[in-house]
Design a protein around this ligand. Structure first.
Ligand SMILES: Cc1cc2nc3c(=O)[nH]c(=O)nc-3n(C[C@H](O)[C@H](O)[C@H](O)COP(=O)(O)O)c2cc1C
Length: 479
């Protein structure tokens, strides 16, 4: 049965406008920093998404900014009430992604192919790519898009969100990290054999395809998207190659990754909230065709200090994929929550401490998994701590984690080149230290050694608690 969802990002943004979670700007805005500054500020204020109706120099185009940078908009993307609490949105993701999976459905006459541009007409500078931040190495076509690619010698299809800078009319450049799914195809298979790799960039996809493309999905993202939708995602064949793209996207850019050619890309304001990676030779994308809707809507994410959609969605899906993995391993966890404000660097795992050093086992499992390179802090709390409550978390960290015995450091982990804390040499190599904070009291302590938590829930008899709760408002309290 299909779940409630939005087939395209237009319908999603319209829904967000209705609930006050998106604003429409009709006044002319400049693609050169003005749009970027607006989107940055709304992200920092945890404000609404933005639909720019009138972009300087680009009549006929619109652009959406910060599409899913709040949990409210994430709830809307899942067809839920915008006020749905985070644990309920998480349950919905887990329910859908552990359910039936469907292959995608191929259609013809797709909205994303209403206009087809090839040859000299396929000029990416005709798209309103924004100059996102002052100091960026160029205008970015790809900040809210994903790249579709097919493995060289298996049927595996990958949809992955990897940023792309416009270099000239026909070329883009961007980092393809070696441990990403596309990185493995490109750096290990196509490039060593000098074979150009066909790609299709999907700019401004529907919200669930976008969520899938930046999630560490355990299955191909077209099937993963179908799981999120509860029915097959509709795809269409590209005009220059046999890749397939979501039919209801706004703009598609087709072409090939060029082997053994690099283009200088960056600097760029990144999801860590810093500009970390220098201008360096990166993967080159050569453009063959652009297809789009008649009145296309561009999209942009503005990475920087929290909270942008990369931080929010990556935290959400990284945490929940870890939740699945730890349960599959039989670890008695109560849940996993990754904090978007940590720029997906800190994950909180709730567990029933069933045996000594379970926190170390959890840390080693998550750091050793495919998800591990993206974060370096794991905080393990007991089942009584609410993993979604930051106050409880800080309290547990500062009172239960022994500053010597409770902190386990692994100096030699896999990291990304973007970690601001890493030494310049570590960034160049893509390595990072990892740390586990064990916030559970040791199991070998006598019951009388365990400090008693002094809280309303814990130190008053049930009948007193109930009486106080029942009379709370009559005492004169509002909340
Ligand atoms: C807005 C945004 C931009 C991203 N840019 C990059 C990038 O340039 N390079 C990269 O390797 N990953 C990037 N990521 C992370 C990948 O999207 C992420 O790892 C995703 O799960 C792709 O995973 P896969 O390689 O496992 O398929 C970005 C994520 C977001 C949300």
């Amino acid at each position: 049965m299909a779940y409630k969802y939005y087939k395209d990002n237009r319908a999603f943004i319209e829904a967000c406008v209705k609930t006050g979670d998106a604003v429409v700007i009709n006044e002319e805005v400049d693609w050169d920093l003005e749009m970027g500054a607006i989107v940055r500020r709304t992200c920092e204020k945890k404000g609404p998404a933005v639909l720019f109706k009138n972009i300087k120099d680009y009549p006929g185009f619109e652009c959406v900014g910060a599409p899913i940078a709040t949990y409210r908009r994430l709830a809307i993307a899942f067809g839920l009430d915008p006020d749905t609490p985070i644990p309920e949105i998480s349950k919905e993701y887990l329910r859908r992604t552990t359910g039936k999976s469907y292959p995608p459905k191929v259609i013809t006459n797709a909205p994303c192919q209403e206009v087809i541009l090839q040859g000299d007409d396929a000029n990416i500078l005709n798209l309103p790519a924004p100059m996102v931040h002052d100091g960026d190495g160029g205008r970015y076509i790809g900040t809210w898009q994903f790249v579709v690619a097919k493995d060289l010698d298996t049927p595996f299809i990958n949809w992955g969100m990897y940023r792309q800078m416009a270099f000239d009319e026909k070329t883009m450049a961007g980092p393809v990290l070696p441990f990403s799914d596309m990185g493995k195809m490109w750096h290990n298979k196509y490039q060593p054999k000098n074979i150009p790799m066909p790609f299709a960039v999907v700019v401004n996809p529907d919200p669930l395809s976008a969520i899938a493309s930046c999630a560490p999905a355990q299955i191909a993202e077209d099937e993963f998207t179908s799981q999120l939708m509860g029915e097959p995602v509709e795809i269409v064949k590209c005009v220059t190659c046999d890749l397939y793209v979501p039919a209801h996207a706004e703009i598609i850019i087709e072409g090939v990754l060029v082997p053994n050619v690099t283009i200088d890309e960056a600097p760029f304001g990144e999801y860590t909230g810093y500009r970390t990676s220098p201008r360096e030779p990166r993967t080159a994308y050569y453009v063959k065709a652009i297809t789009m809707r008649k009145q296309p809507i561009m999209a942009m994410s503005n990475m920087g200090v929290p909270t942008d959609e990369g931080q929010l969605l990556r935290s959400f899906s990284l945490g929940l994929e870890m939740d699945k993995m730890l349960r599959d391993q039989g670890i008695p966890i109560t849940g996993v929550h990754m904090l978007p404000e940590s720029t997906h660097h800190l994950t909180v795992v709730g567990v029933k401490p069933a045996y000594p050093n379970i926190a170390t086992q959890i840390g080693q499992l998550v750091f050793g998994s495919k998800l591990g390179p993206w974060f370096h802090m794991v905080v393990v709390v007991d089942e009584k701590t609410n993993i979604y409550d930051k106050d409880e978390l800080i309290h547990a960290l500062c009172t239960k984690c022994h500053p010597v015995n409770g902190i386990r450091v692994e100096p030699f982990g896999v990291g990304t080149p973007l970690n601001p804390f890493a030494t310049p040499a570590e960034r160049r190599l893509g390595v990072a230290g990892k740390v586990i904070f064990d916030c559970t009291f040791p199991l070998d302590w006598e019951a009388s050694d365990i400090p008693i938590k002094v809280s309303f829930d814990n130190v008053y008899p049930k009948d007193i608690q109930e009486k106080v709760l029942a009379k709370w408002k009559t005492y004169g309290f509002k909340e």
